[in-house]
Design a protein around this ligand. Structure first.
Ligand code: 5GP
Length: 179
């Protein structure tokens, strides 16, 4: 099935059923690894809203959730080097175990920025859970990236929280750009 968003056409790539199944696996792994602690999940808005909600339903632990808002794409197809901070973290993470929840890791610039920023606040630990990861595009070594839903090709994707110029976030499945 194809969808048109603004001027571009996208085709279905990961159906919701696969996302759901993988998210359940990630939730189980995280629940096991954080037994006996109360982690704080920090979602990076806007793209993470659906994944964070579904992931947390699969986490069987006492846990907290908070959000930050950053923008690096500015609505286009290409990643930009500049990162704008729109909403800062409202919780104190000092001495806490933090799981950063990302929709997608592309060049890794945003993640590098986030991990450095959170590390400066002296958490007990930081690990990253990203639904999608484009290994070919990655420009950094980020050992905190421990949980990955799907490794994908270096193609632009939308749906399940991810947008193209602010549209497409409400699509239930993930779609990739048709060339
Ligand atoms: P990075 O800093 O890793 O290059 O990019 C991270 C951010 O760029 C993500 O949080 C996301 O907002 C955006 N991004 C990267 N790749 C894609 C993509 O394929 N589709 C969409 N919609 N956003 C992307």
């Amino acid at each position: 099935m194809k969808v048109k968003i603004h001027d571009l056409e996208f085709e279905k790539m990961i159906p919701f059923e696969h996302i759901e199944q993988r998210t359940a696996e990630l939730g189980q792994t995280i629940s096991k690894e954080y037994q006996n602690s109360t982690p704080i999940f920090v979602g990076v808005l806007n793209g993470c809203f659906m994944f964070t909600a579904d992931l947390l339903k699969q986490v069987n632990l006492p846990c907290e959730v908070a959000f930050m808002k950053l923008s690096s794409y500015r609505g286009g197809l290409e990643s930009t080097r500049s990162i704008r901070e729109d909403l800062d973290l409202s919780v104190d993470i000092q001495g806490r175990h933090v799981v950063l929840v990302e929709d997608i890791v592309d060049t890794g610039n945003t993640l590098r920025y986030m991990v450095d920023k959170l590390n400066a606040l002296n958490p007990a630990s930081i690990k990253v859970c990203a639904l999608l990861y484009k290994p070919e595009a990655m420009e950094h070594d980020i050992p905190e990236l421990q949980y990955v839903g799907f490794e994908i090709e270096n193609k632009f994707v939308v749906g399940y929280g991810l947008d193209y110029k602010e549209l497409g976030r409400n699509l239930k499945d993930i779609y990739q750009l048709v060339k």
